[in-house]
Design a protein around this ligand. Structure first.
Ligand code: S3P
Length: 203
């Protein structure tokens, strides 16, 4: 791992790619606290993101994201963070994200995202006449940025959350997984404790 990187785990990706739920599962597995930056902002502002967009504007929200990234970079506590889907877009945020920790991009196709979010009303950017087209446009603008920020990319389409989680774990440097490793069998393969939340189906 690069010297100038903190040892947080940072999940990035488009809305609906599963950052929040994979973050929670990862937290369980690694016994590391997880934080969702959207939630932190909502608690501090005492209103939902959609309300922040409506009353204070997107620019205000984006400034809060940047300030929060600086806090994460400067914090001494190792955590897992799920970032908002638009956080990596601002140029200044990209180097901050890389400094914050190991960055994992949960990559999803536009069709997957649309299927997952077609009934969602909490994402202000998708409350429009043609959300499918908006997803396609935003994703085409953002995918190179996500890829550039990422240390590792995990494709999530058509995968169960357990599979995504296992892939994420397989990419993490050993220092993160030593606490969950329970045995090395004769083949030398590492095994992990079963996550009791495996039955959940949320995206
Ligand atoms: C946004 C993604 C949202 C939230 C806000 C803007 C974006 O987060 O930060 O609605 O620009 O893609 P999630 O990715 O957690 O939905």
């Amino acid at each position: 791992m690069k010297k100038d990187k903190k040892d947080n785990i940072i999940l990035i990706g488009f809305m609906g790619s599963g950052k929040t739920s994979i973050g929670i599962r990862l937290s369980y597995k690694l016994q590391i606290t997880v934080e969702d930056t959207d939630k932190i902002i909502e608690v501090r502002e005492q209103m939902p993101i959609s309300e922040i967009f409506k009353t204070k504007g997107e620019g205000y929200f984006r400034n809060l994201e940047t300030a929060l990234l600086r806090e994460i970079r400067d914090s001494g506590v190792k955590k897992i963070y799920s970032l908002g889907g638009g956080t990596p877009v601002q140029l200044q945020n990209q180097s901050l994200i890389c400094q914050c920790g190991t960055v994992i991009y949960l990559r999803a196709k536009p069709e997957t995202i649309y299927e997952r979010l077609k009934r969602d009303t909490t994402r202000p950017l998708l409350q429009c006449d043609d959300p499918q087209e908006r997803i396609r446009t935003l994703l085409s603008q953002r995918s190179k940025i996500y890829e550039r920020c990422a240390d590792f990319i995990v494709d999530v389409d058509d995968k169960e959350q357990n599979e995504v989680l296992d892939e994420v774990l397989s990419f993490l440097p050993a220092q993160y997984i030593s606490r969950t490793e329970i045995t090395n069998d004769n083949t030398g393969a590492k095994r992990y404790e079963k996550d009791p939340s495996d039955q959940r189906t949320e995206s």
